[in-house]
Design a protein around this ligand. Structure first.
Ligand SMILES: Nc1nc2c(c(=O)[nH]1)N[C@H]1C(S)=C(S)[C@@H](COP(=O)(O)O)O[C@H]1N2
Ligand SMILES: [Mo]
Length: 435
């Protein structure tokens, strides 16, 4: 057979049907990856007729092209569209973290906010038609558009810290399975939306409610429409606090598609998994929510300190609530050269608490100097700190930072090992070559 043999219809009918039925699933089965949903949306619409225009040339076999299939020309390079400098840890599902020095801004720009997906983002993220249902144990079940949220409730803007429960997992030994986050699964962007509390109050929280349950529009990696990738919840008291938002703007703009557009929860200070993206439903329950990633060992830790590598009974795991005290050095960048005088700065946070002090050491923890520390811009935002260090002579140094919170909790030297690698809040160290 010579290379000019035309592809016949018979070669692809099943592929065509398969792609038309479930393009993301088909892309995964045929090519081992899931394409970025922007492209999928593009192809679902005017798609193929404009494919040639986008490529700048004709597509001779365009009639044979399975409907909904993602052109390989676009499939690989667009996973992190709208992001800047993030490290891709996984592309199925998409998980990407931000190097510490790119988290230097007081408020994290959208293009530097990490991405943590458990499934496949929805193809349709249309803010105009989006609907949020509030039901379960409420007096008045409601379905609200984003305009309804804007019009019926007070709209607030707050800087709020989201940190993945698994941030820092890469440092665990023995290693823990899961995304190998180093430092950058944390961010503090400015979110605009309405308070979850106000919406729940309007719906009428019934007596006996214990927990919220959150549902998003993303789909399970298996393609099974009956499976949710993740559905977590909050104790009702936490849900009723003032800084838990249903957000429709991120840094004054629409949400980034990978950060939950057009609507998400933002629950500062608790594991990022509580902040359901692509939010479509919240229902209230009279028991602790038991959706996917709420049970077993997901976002749970042993109820006592355990030895590294120890086997822990599933019954001994408890749900992670607030995230522990932590800090990040965002300047200087690690492994860089500097002069003898260096301004060091970064952020510090502790779930549901404030930071009292950040201490910095240049002599491997022997002596510490107090950094200048800002108050949080609002409840739920990380705190910025800075200090000028004068190095006594040229050579190799490490700058260590150690935060202490309002309850006196201080970042540890040693990792708090647990089977799934959550809650690593050991001190951040930066290597510096002083000239
Ligand atoms: N619908 C949905 N919401 C989700 C997730 C998800 O996979 N699906 N991941 C959660 C996890 S584990 C984290 S850490 C945060 C991350 O938010 P980001 O991707 O905007 O940084 O989203 C949470 N909300
Ligand atoms: Mo997470």
């Amino acid at each position: 057979m010579d290379g000019d043999e035309p592809v016949t219809k018979q070669d692809i009918p099943s592929a065509g049907a398969f792609f038309a039925d479930n393009p993301e699933r088909a892309d995964l089965e045929f090519f081992g990856r899931i394409a970025h949903n922007d492209r999928r949306g593009f192809l679902k619409g005017a798609g193929l007729t404009t494919l040639g225009t986008m490529l700048g040339m004709a597509v001779p076999f365009h009639r044979n092209y399975p409907q909904g299939m993602i052109p390989a020309a676009f499939a690989e390079d667009d996973v992190l569209v709208g992001k800047d400098g993030l490290t891709l840890l996984n592309d199925r599902p998409i998980n990407a973290e931000t190097p510490a020095h790119l988290l230097d801004d007081a408020i994290t720009p959208t293009n530097r906010h990490f991405i943590r997906n458990n499934g496949v983002p929805p193809a349709d993220m249309d803010a105009a038609t989006w609907q949020l249902t509030i039901d379960g144990m409420v007096d008045n079940p409601m379905t609200l558009s984003i305009d309804d949220l804007r019009n019926q409730f007070e709209v607030v803007t707050m800087a709020l810290t989201i940190e993945c429960g698994g941030n820092g997992r890469a440092a665990f030994n023995p290693p823990a399975k899961g995304n190998q986050w180093t430092l950058g699964a944390v961010a503090c962007s400015e979110w605009t939306g309405v308070r979850l509390k106000d919406v729940l109050e309007k719906a009428g929280v019934q007596d006996g409610v214990v927990y919220t349950a959150h549902v998003g529009a993303d789909t399970h990696l298996s393609g099974d429409p009956d499976k949710l990738p993740i559905s977590r919840g909050l104790p009702i008291d936490k849900a009723m606090t003032d800084n838990v938002l249903i957000a429709f703007e991120m840094n004054g703009d629409a949400l980034h598609p990978q950060n939950g557009a057009p609507l998400r929860l933002v629950v500062p200070g608790w594991p990022g998994s509580c902040s359901q993206k692509w939010l479509t439903r919240i229902y209230l329950r009279d028991q602790v929510h038991d959706g996917p990633k709420m049970t077993g060992t997901s976002y749970r830790v042993p109820n006592r300190p355990v030895a590294p590598g120890e086997d822990v009974d599933k019954a001994d795991f408890v749900i992670i609530e607030r995230m522990p005290v932590k800090s990040l050095i965002t300047s200087p960048q690690t492994n860089t050269e500097s002069g003898r005088s260096v301004e060091v700065h970064g952020h510090a946070w502790s779930g549901d608490r404030t930071i009292e002090a950040v201490d910095v050491s240049m002599d491997f923890g022997t002596t510490w100097q107090k950094a200048e520390l800002d108050a949080p811009v609002n409840d739920g935002a990380w705190q910025n700190w800075r200090i000028n260090l004068e190095f006594p002579q040229a050579g190799y140094y490490e700058v260590w930072a150690r935060a202490t919170d309002s309850d006196g909790d201080m970042q540890p030297f040693a990792i708090n090992w647990n089977p799934k690698g959550y809650l690593n809040n050991t001190m951040h160290r930066v290597a510096l070559r002083v000239a």
